[in-house]
Design a protein around this ligand. Structure first.
Ligand code: URA
Length: 232
């Protein structure tokens, strides 16, 4: 939200007051004076007017989790454990998942309370490559490389997938990099060749790789350096 809107939403100020407070340099965001009415603020920011705290600000949380197979990418599920059940964090109900994985898919998941950040990561036009290690029932041939590069038609959505990069690793294993996150996308791409995916593991999202020290079910906070890899 823009800082002028934040101020004018408070009962004591209208738009004109809000502008004036900014011009008079009486408003601080995270300790710094802000006078630009367009300045973007979020629930994480501490906002002060003179000595009055208008918003305390929450710490932003960014976690990477090694999702094990057999858990649901949701905050609640009546039948199965969810990825949030794996977290022992007091504020876990403030957290949400940035980009789901299927029940039996393992690998890198990002969890946050920053909706701005998760929207950036998951919205289609960001086109962050997501890289998966894939094992299949049948042989993977070189034909797949050209087909995935060309795109696979998904009748249900009436669209063709964007160019994807396939690296063959073995007769039944490959590494696939896709820039979208369509429903069951990887399985449906291999499904084009009637080839069933039997093992699927997300290795990376954009430049961020799953920490190899994390066992399935373990998680840790992203480091400040890892956070700079993403530029919303
Ligand atoms: N594609 C799939 O089919 N499943 C996933 O979990 C992720 C990508």
């Amino acid at each position: 939200m823009r800082v002028d809107r934040f101020l004018s939403n408070l009962p004591q100020f209208n738009r004109q007051h809000a502008r004036l407070l900014l011009i008079e340099k009486r408003v601080r965001v995270d300790g710094r004076i802000v006078s630009d009415p367009h300045h973007d603020i979020r629930e994480f920011n501490r906002i002060e007017l003179d000595d009055l705290v208008l918003q305390v600000g929450k710490p932003a949380r960014y976690l990477m989790l090694h999702k094990p197979p057999g858990c649901v990418s949701a905050t609640q599920d009546p039948e199965h454990p969810t990825v949030l059940d794996l977290l022992s964090e007091a504020d876990k109900h403030d957290l949400h998942i940035a980009g789901r994985l299927d029940f039996n898919t393992s690998g890198l998941m990002l969890i946050t309370n920053d909706g701005h950040w998760s929207r950036y990561l998951t919205q289609p036009h960001t086109k962050l490559p997501k890289t998966y290690y894939v094992e299949t029932e049948q042989l993977i041939t070189r034909d797949y490389i050209a087909q995935f590069e060309k795109g696979v038609y998904f009748a249900y959505e009436d669209l063709t997938t964007l160019p994807a990069k396939l690296e063959l690793l073995g007769s039944n294993s490959a590494r696939l990099s896709i820039v979208e996150g369509r429903y069951h996308q990887v399985k449906r791409m291999f499904g084009y060749f009637n080839n069933k995916v039997v093992h699927l593991h997300r290795e990376s999202i954009g430049p961020l790789k799953l920490d190899s020290q994390l066992a399935p079910g373990e998680y840790r906070a992203l480091t400040a350096q890892e956070l700079t890899l993403f530029k919303p």
